[in-house]
Design a protein around this ligand. Structure first.
Ligand code: SF4
Length: 429
C-alpha cells in the first residue's frame, strides 16, 4: 500500500535472514525520503531485490526472484539487486542478467544516491566521498516497524573462520556499531522487544576495544526496553557475566550457535567447544534459572562426519533437552576452508541424518511445549490473536494463540491451556 504521495514509486523484496531484513528496513526508510513505497512490483518505478547467498538453495531462490520481478516490472522501471548475492557474485550477475539495471552490493543506498555509471558496484568500489559514511547501511536510520518488536543489528561481518562459512569472505571483518548509534536506533523504533543480531553477537565491540562489550550493551538496553533478546551467541565466547545477566534477566533465552557436538568434527569445522563443554554451559544456566530456554542450529554432513560424530550429536540432543533446534545440510561453498576438504558426506546420508536429528528434536520440543500447559506466562501480543513469551523468538520459534481482543503491543499474563506441536494456546488471567 502506498505510504506517501511522492511522484516516483519503489518496491522492495527481501530474502534471507533477519540481518537482511534490518538492511531492507533501512533501504526502505532511505528511499521513502523521495519515493512512495508500493506493494506491487508492476506499479513501481524502482524494484529492489535484497538477496541472500548463504547456501545454494538460497542463491537459487534469489535468482528466481530476480527473474520473476524482471518479468513483472513495468517497462522503463529500474531493477536493482542488492544484498549478499550482489556482493558475492556481483560481476557474474551483472554479466549474465541483462534484465538487471544495477547490481549494488550492501551499500545500495550509496549506489542509488550516485549516478550508476557502472552496472556493478561492490562496497569497496564506492567513491570515498563524505556522504558515503552517512549512507553506510549499518548506520542508516529506519522507520518504526509495524510489530511491537524490532531486530537491531549490533555489528556487521565476522572475525572467525568457521570451515563451512563464506560470510566473512563477503561481509568482511567484524565492524561493531557504537553504543550511541544503537541507542539512537532503539529510541527511533520505540519497540517493546529488541532482537539483537550480528554474525557473532557475543564478540560485539571486540574489534573496537579488544574485548567484548556485549554485557554493557545488554545492560544498557535492558534498562530502556522490557525485553532484550540476543541471537547467535558463539558458545565459547559467552562469559560468566553474560550468563548471569541473561539468566536473571527478563528474557532468559539462549540462542547458542553450536553447529555440532562432536569435538573432532568441530575441530575440522575450525570451531571451539564440544558436547561436554556445551552441556556444562547449559547446566550452569539452568542452575541459575531452571526456566531458561535454549535454541541452537547444527550443520549436518560436513566433510569427514562419521557415524560416531552423528551418534555424539544424537546423544547430546537427548541430554541437552533444547527447546528449539534447526538442522541444516552442509553446503559446499566457494571461498571456504571446507571447500577442498576430502571425505565429503554423501548428500543422501546427510538427509537421513537430518531426518533422524529432526525427529528426535521434534519429540523433545513437542514434549517441552506440552509441559507448559497449566503454567502462567507473560506474553507480548505480537499481532491480533497471537503472542509470544520469552521462550519464543519472533519468526523463528512457535507462537501462542490468544483471544483476538487483546491489544497488540501489550504485555499480558496468561495461562497456557493447550499445545499443538510447536504452538500453544493461552487465556488471559
Ligand atoms: S559461522 Fe563462524 S565464520 Fe560464519 S558468521 Fe558464524 S561465527 Fe562467523
Amino acid at each position: 500500500m502506498p505510504t506517501d504521495h511522492k511522484e516516483s514509486t519503489f518496491y522492495l523484496e527481501t530474502l534471507g535472514c533477519p540481518k537482511n531484513q534490518v538492511d531492507s528496513e533501512k533501504i526502505a526508510h532511505y528511499l521513502r525520503d523521495t519515493m512512495t513505497e508500493v506493494d506491487n512490483p508492476a506499479a513501481a518505478d524502482l524494484v529492489v531485490v535484497n538477496t541472500c547467498a548463504f547456501i545454494e538453495s538460497a542463491r537459487q531462490e534469489s535468482i528466481n526472484t530476480i527473474l520473476s520481478l524482471a518479468e513483472k516490472k513495468q517497462e522503463g522501471a529500474k531493477l536493482v539487486v542488492s544484498g549478499c548475492l550482489a556482493e558475492r557474485y556481483g560481476e557474474e550477475l551483472a554479466e549474465n542478467l541483462p534484465e538487471v539495471d544495477l547490481v549494488a552490493g550492501f551499500n545500495v543506498a550509496v549506489n542509488l544516491s550516485i549516478s550508476p555509471k557502472k552496472r556493478f558496484l561492490r562496497s569497496a568500489d564506492l567513491p570515498q566521498q563524505t556522504s558515503v559514511t552517512s549512507l553506510d547501511l549499518l548506520e542508516l536510520p529506519r522507520s518504526r516497524p509495524d510489530t511491537p518488536w524490532a531486530y537491531i543489528k549490533a555489528a556487521e561481518g565476522c572475525d572467525r573462520n568457521c570451515g563451512f562459512c563464506a560470510i566473512p569472505s563477503f561481509r568482511g571483518k567484524q565492524r561493531s556499531r557504537s553504543l550511541e548509534s544503537i541507542l539512537e536506533e532503539v529510541t527511533a523504533v520505540g519497540s517493546h522487544e529488541l532482537v539483537l543480531v550480528a554474525q557473532d553477537l557475543a564478540s560485539y565491540g571486540k574489534d573496537v576495544s579488544g574485548s567484548s562489550d556485549i554485557v554493557n550493551l545488554y545492560r544498557t538496553l535492558s534498562a530502556m526496553v522490557p525485553w532484550v533478546r540476543l541471537l547467535y551467541l558463539y558458545p565459547t565466547s559467552i562469559s560468566e557475566e553474560l550468563i548471569l545477566e541473561m539468566a536473571n534477566g527478563a528474557v532468559p533465552y539462549f540462542d547458542l550457535s553450536l553447529q555440532h557436538a562432536s569435538r573432532s568434527l568441530l575441530q575440522k569445522m575450525r570451531r571451539s567447544g564440544h558436547a561436554k563443554y556445551y552441556l556444562s554451559l547449559i547446566d550452569k544456566v539452568r542452575q541459575i534459572n531452571p526456566e531458561a530456554a535454549f535454541r541452537s542450529s547444527f550443520v549436518i554432513g560436513y566433510p569427514g562426519e562419521t557415524e560416531e560424530d552423528h551418534d555424539i550429536l544424537l546423544d547430546f540432543l537427548e541430554e541437552a533437552q533444547l527447546d528449539w533446534a534447526g538442522f541444516f545440510a552442509y553446503s559446499k561453498e566457494e571461498g571456504t576452508y571446507a571447500y577442498s576438504l576430502p571425505d565429503e558426506t554423501d548428500p543422501e546420508l546427510a538427509l537421513v541424518r537430518i531426518r533422524e536429528t529432526q525427529a528426535l528434536q521434534d519429540e523433545i520440543t513437542f514434549r517441552k511445549r506440552k509441559e507448559l500447559i497449566g503454567s502462567t506466562q507473560k506474553v507480548l501480543v505480537d499481532e491480533k490473536g497471537w503472542g509470544r513469551s520469552f521462550r519464543e523468538a519472533p519468526e523463528i520459534d512457535g507462537k501462542i494463540a490468544l483471544p483476538n481482543t487483546l491489544p497488540v503491543g501489550d504485555f499480558v499474563d496468561i495461562r497456557i491451556v493447550d499445545s499443538t506441536g510447536t504452538d500453544l494456546t493461552g487465556i488471559p488471567l
